[in-house]
Design a protein around this ligand. Structure first.
Ligand SMILES: Nc1ncnc2c1ncn2[C@@H]1O[C@H](COP(=O)(O)OP(=O)(O)OP(=O)(O)O)[C@@H](O)[C@H]1O
Ligand SMILES: [Mg+2]
Length: 347
């Protein structure tokens, strides 16, 4: 597939067309090597990875047991250490699941990464920061039944986090639920002093009580998401491995840059996560190759494959790690937990 037929990258500049020299014109001087810095230059990138050989793909058996040499992202798979049980609780790493594109796996990742980290013995809080209330539904809480939610915590000074946070059926996993009320906060917060710091302020007292706090952002880059980024020290960007995945990433990295400059210098991209990956299609592999070229080591080695198990977990209201604990989907989120904890040690 050539550049012009790669949907999802049309917004990025196409490589300049060389102008054919005429007899009267001197030949164009050789173009200097361009420094390819993500994320504006996808279109100019050379085609990805050399073909892998059968030997690259064959499993190895080393000191860490049997494993594949090359992972789904086309890079050598590192050994991911099993997280040791924590020695203490807190202060929490706060990580926002962020991508303004809808339906890319933010909520699925928040719930299942959270549950996989909780399995390691760490105290985890999930914050549903989307008025759709999907993370709450995914953990068996009906948003319309809530008397009190993250909205009240943000807008009413007399409400404390303990009044809103509730345990889930998963050990070590708590939930700060949301419902449609939260959409009003987006409007009401505009009039507040230091409006971007509202979530950070309300979370401050509970940072020592958790090892990891995961925030499920809404599919927008509005004030709620800016609040989530300001309250976080890390971002995980779930990216669906399909045609339009790269669209809008420039806007997301621009917003992240602005938040880093103006509101929260400690914010970092923990990693970019390929989701809904179907390794049987060349297309999904091409998208992942592009993402690896652009973001290199920031792309997680773990990818989450497409499976009907995830929609099923939403229906039953529990994470994959308890619904189908020995499924490959559960293993993928446990691997992701290992990578996240290796990148941001917690507990
Ligand atoms: N790996 C996967 N394989 C198959 N289906 C998946 C996978 N991950 C998520 N889904 C399904 O895709 C849909 C969208 O996922 P999810 O709600 O996690 O995305 P989102 O980014 O949070 O969406 P929104 O932007 O609306 O908040 C859901 O129905 C979910 O069950
Ligand atoms: Mg969601």
């Amino acid at each position: 597939m050539n550049e012009s037929t790669f949907p999802g990258t049309e917004q990025f500049p196409s490589p300049a067309q060389p102008i054919a020299p005429t007899v009267t014109q001197p030949a164009a001087p050789p173009q200097p090597q361009r420094n390819l810095t993500p994320p504006d230059n996808y279109a100019e990138m050379p085609r990805p990875t050399a073909k892998l050989t059968a030997e690259d793909l064959s499993p190895v058996n080393d000191a860490h047991g049997p494993r594949n040499k090359i992972g789904p992202t086309g890079r050598p798979l590192p050994h991911l250490p099993v997280p040791q049980p924590p020695t203490k609780t807190g202060p929490a790493q706060v990580i926002a699941m962020c991508n303004q594109k809808g339906g890319v796996g933010k909520t699925t990742t928040t719930i299942n990464l959270g549950a996989a980290i909780a399995e390691t013995g760490r105290k985890v809080l999930l914050i549903d920061f989307d008025p759709q209330g999907s993370a709450s539904i995914g953990l068996g809480v009906q948003p319309h039944d809530l008397d009190i939610s993250v909205y009240n915590l943000l807008m009413q000074r007399d409400i404390t986090p303990d009044e809103v946070i509730r345990p889930t059926r998963v050990e070590n996993l708590d939930l700060l639920p949301a419902n449609i009320d939260l959409s009003a906060a987006e409007v009401q917060l505009v009039q507040e002093v230091a409006r971007e710091y509202t979530l950070q302020r309300v979370l401050e007292p509970i940072i020592p009580n958790y090892d990891v706090i995961l925030i499920d952002c809404a599919p927008s880059l509005g004030l709620l998401t800016v609040n989530a980024l300001t309250a976080s020290n890390g971002i995980v960007v779930p990216l669906e491995c399909e045609f339009f995945a790269l669209r809008g990433l420039a806007m997301l990295t621009d917003t992240i840059g602005k938040v880093q400059d103006r509101l929260n210098p400690k914010l970092e991209i923990v990693g970019i996560l390929g989701t809904m990956f179907d390794g049987r299609t060349t297309h999904a592999r091409e998208v992942l190759d592009r993402v690896v070229q652009a973001f290199d080591e920031r792309v997680f080695h773990t990818v989450i494959r497409r499976t009907v198990k995830f929609p099923e977990t939403t229906v039953v209201g529990e994470p994959i790690t308890t619904y189908a604990p020995s499924s490959s989907a559960a293993t993928q989120y446990r691997d992701l937990a290992k990578e996240v904890l290796a990148r941001c040690p917690a507990g």
